[in-house]
Design a protein around this ligand. Structure first.
Ligand SMILES: [Zn+2]
Length: 237
């Protein structure tokens, strides 16, 4: 039996000049300063727009120790969906900002934050695609543009890209903070990898700025002629 096909979902480079979304999630975990590997780092992409909490430091500029980060993870663990890694830099709260232009079914803030028009969400769900959690956005139109109603799907970093895709596959994660000191040269799926039961959209756990979609999602996007994204099949290791 052939491997189940998985996809990277991303913005088409041709689409950027049609619209503009500026803004942010209001809260984020600060960077971590690891005393083992000496790095100060944070991830990019992980976001829980439906979650806020008083325990998140209002000033995200001051790095935390690994111990303090673990404490925050413990306190936030019950508020975020199961499996959420809560990396330093993880963002919280409904996205706020300004927008203008002509919007596709999928709209993006940078390449690591995906939004959907409400109608596209409804059509995907009618097709059978599982997108259980979404959060509203608060966008002020820039100029005379009418901004459609957009929502942000919550995509949990659940899928582990194959280590063979790292620039340096031999580099091991820091035992204390988990940082991997290598970027990716390619996004590859481990042989036979599947998404967890009932998940059609998630992020890569070892690169949360990357969205991963199921074959069902790819079929839905194609069958429904949804615009504003490209689905790139992940090669298997
Ligand atoms: Zn470390």
């Amino acid at each position: 039996m052939p491997d189940v096909q998985l996809y990277e979902i991303t913005v088409s480079p041709n689409d950027w000049n049609r619209y503009q979304i500026e803004g942010e999630h209001p809260l984020s975990l600060p960077p971590v300063h690891c005393d083992a590997c000496k790095a100060i780092w944070k991830g990019r992409g992980e976001a829980y727009p439906g979650t806020t909490s008083d325990v998140i430091p209002p000033d995200a500029s001051q790095p935390l120790s690994v111990e303090k980060l673990q404490e925050l993870r413990f306190l936030l663990g019950a508020l975020v969906p199961p499996g959420a890694p809560l990396y330093p830099g993880a963002e919280f709260g409904e996205f706020r900002g300004r927008a203008r232009g002509r919007f596709f079914d999928f709209a993006w803030h940078e390449s690591w934050t995906m939004f959907l028009q409400l109608d596209a969400l409804r059509r995907l769900r009618d097709f059978g695609v599982s997108i259980p959690r979404v959060a509203p956005l608060h966008l002020t139109p820039k100029g005379s543009t009418k901004v459609p109603e957009l929502v942000e799907p919550v995509a949990i970093p659940l899928f582990e890209l194959a280590r063979e895709g790292l620039k340096d596959p031999d580099v091991l994660p820091c035992e204390k903070c988990g940082r991997v000191a290598s970027g990716f040269r390619a996004f590859l799926a481990p042989s036979g990898a599947v998404l967890p039961e009932g998940v059609d959209l998630c992020r890569a756990r070892n690169n949360p700025g990357v969205y991963i979609g199921s074959e069902l999602l790819a079929n839905a996007v194609e069958s429904l002629s949804l615009t504003g994204c490209v689905m790139k099949p992940l090669a298997s290791v």
